[in-house]
Design a protein around this ligand. Structure first.
Ligand code: TXA
Ligand code: MG
Length: 347
C-alpha cells in the first residue's frame, strides 16, 4: 500500500507548468512513482516510459496483462523523434492536423522506451494530448510518459478523479484532479506503418475526419470479425463492463419495454441506459440513466463511462441499452458499448 495523494488543479490557471501541484506530481514521476492525470479523453495513469520499474508499476496497479502495450504521451515533436525512427509524410500530416488531440499514432520504435511499454513490439504508440494539465505535467517532468487509462483492467475508463480514486486508491502515488475530462472516450489509435493507414481502435477522432485529412484509411478487420485477432492487443480483452449483465437492443424503445415486462415477472431489478429524448419511455424500469442527447452524440461520449459506473452503485441485475448510429464519434460509442455488453445483442 502507498498513500495516494490528491492534488486539485484548475486546468485554466496560468503558468500551470510551474504550479506546485504539477511540480509535486512531476517529482513523483522523477522518483519512478506513478501518478494519474486528466487528458482531454480520459484520465491516464502515467510513469516514466524509459524506466522499466515505473512501467512495471503501471501494469501491476491496473492488473493489466503484460502483452498489452501502453501509449507514450509527449508534449513536443522532439520527444517523438527521440522515440520513433521515422515520421513519414502521412504521419506528419496527421500530426499537423490533429495534434495536440485525441489521436494516437503507431510508429516504428527506436527502442528508446522500456520494452515493457511496447510489450516487445517493434512499434510504439505515441500521442500528444491537448489537456493543459497533461501538457504541463509532461513539460514539468521533461519525460515521455507511458500512460494507459487509469482504471483497473476491465473496468470503464475514468472520466473523473473520483473514478480513479475508486479503482486505484492505495496503489498509486497520486492523482491530479483537473475535473471531468472532455471527449469522454479514448483516443483513436491509427497504425501508420501500413499503406493506407489502419484504424486499430475507434475514438475521439472519427474515420470521416481522418479521410478528410489524408484520403485512404483502412480499418482493422479484427475489430469486427470474431475469426481474426485485433492488431491492437488491448482490443481483444473484455473491457468497460459494469457489474450487471448488459444487453444492447438495436430495435429500441418498444422492444426494451417488452424485455422489462418479461424481467419484472421474474422479479429482477432492471436498469435502462437511455438518452434525453427517451428519458420518460421506461416507467417500469427500476433505474433509468441518461447518457446524453441522441441529437448530440458528443454528449453521449462525454457521459458514457460515468453512467456505466453509476449502474454498479444502483445494484441492478441486468441493463438494457439503446444503441447509436455509427457515424462520426458514434463508432467509438458503439465499440465501447458493445464491449461493455460483452457482445450481447438482442434483436
Ligand atoms: O485516450 C487515450 O488513448 C487514453 C489516454 C490516457 O491517453 N489512453 C488509453 O490507453 O486509452 P490504453 O492503454 O487504455 O489503450 C491503449 C491501446 C490498447 O488497445 C493497446 O493495445 C494499443 O493502444 N496499443 C498500444 N501500443 C500499441 C502498438 N505498438 N501497436 C498496436 N496497438 C498498440
Ligand atoms: Mg484502457
Amino acid at each position: 500500500m502507498v498513500e495516494t495523494q490528491v492534488w486539485r488543479v484548475d486546468p485554466d490557471a496560468p503558468d500551470l507548468e510551474h504550479a506546485p501541484q504539477i511540480i509535486a506530481a512531476a517529482e513523483k514521476l522523477a522518483q519512478g512513482e506513478i501518478v494519474a492525470f486528466p487528458t482531454e479523453t480520459v484520465y491516464g495513469l502515467g510513469g516514466n516510459a524509459k524506466l522499466q520499474d515505473s512501467v512495471r508499476k503501471i501494469y501491476e496497479a491496473k492488473g493489466r496483462p503484460s502483452d498489452n502495450p501502453l501509449i507514450v504521451h509527449v508534449a513536443t515533436l522532439e520527444q517523438v523523434r527521440d522515440i520513433c525512427t521515422e515520421i513519414h509524410p502521412i504521419a506528419q500530416k496527421l500530426i499537423d492536423t490533429f495534434w495536440p488531440g485525441p489521436l494516437t499514432l503507431v510508429l516504428p520504435s527506436r527502442g528508446e522506451v522500456s520494452n515493457a511499454v511496447t510489450a516487445g513490439l517493434s512499434t510504439v504508440a505515441v500521442r500528444m494530448p491537448s489537456h493543459p494539465v497533461a501538457r504541463a505535467l509532461i513539460l514539468a517532468s521533461n519525460l515521455p510518459i507511458a500512460a494507459p487509462s487509469a482504471n483497473r483492467s476491465g473496468r470503464p475508463s475514468p472520466t473523473r478523479a473520483d473514478h480513479v480514486f475508486h479503482d486505484l486508491d492505495g496503489s498509486i502515488a497520486g492523482i491530479l484532479d483537473g475535473g471531468e475530462t472532455g471527449v469522454g472516450v479514448e483516443s483513436t489509435v491509427v497504425d501508420c506503418t501500413t499503406t493506407p493507414i489502419t484504424i486499430l481502435r475507434p475514438g475521439g477522432i472519427s474515420k470521416e475526419q481522418l479521410i478528410e485529412a489524408v484520403g485512404a484509411v483502412a480499418e482493422d478487420p479484427g475489430l469486427t470479425r470474431s475469426d481474426q485477432a485485433p492488431k491492437a492487443p488491448g482490443m481483444k480483452y473484455k473491457h468497460y463492463a459494469p457489474e450487471a449483465t448488459m444487453y444492447l437492443v438495436p430495435a429500441g424503445k418498444d422492444r426494451i419495454s417488452e424485455l422489462i415486462a418479461f424481467e419484472k415477472n421474474n422479479d429482477r431489478r432492471i436498469g435502462v441506459l437511455t438518452t434525453e429524448e427517451n428519458r420518460d419511455s421506461y416507467p417500469e424500469a427500476d433505474v433509468v440513466l441518461v447518457c446524453g442527447r441522441r441529437s448530440e452524440p458528443e454528449t453521449v461520449a462525454h457521459n458514457l463511462f460515468d453512467v456505466l459506473r453509476h449502474f454498479d452503485q444502483k445494484k441492478v441485475d441486468a441493463i438494457y441499452s439503446e444503441t447509436f448510429s455509427e457515424d462520426g464519434i458514434g463508432k467509438a460509442i458503439m465499440n465501447r458499448l458493445s464491449k461493455a455488453a460483452g457482445g450481447r445483442v438482442i434483436e
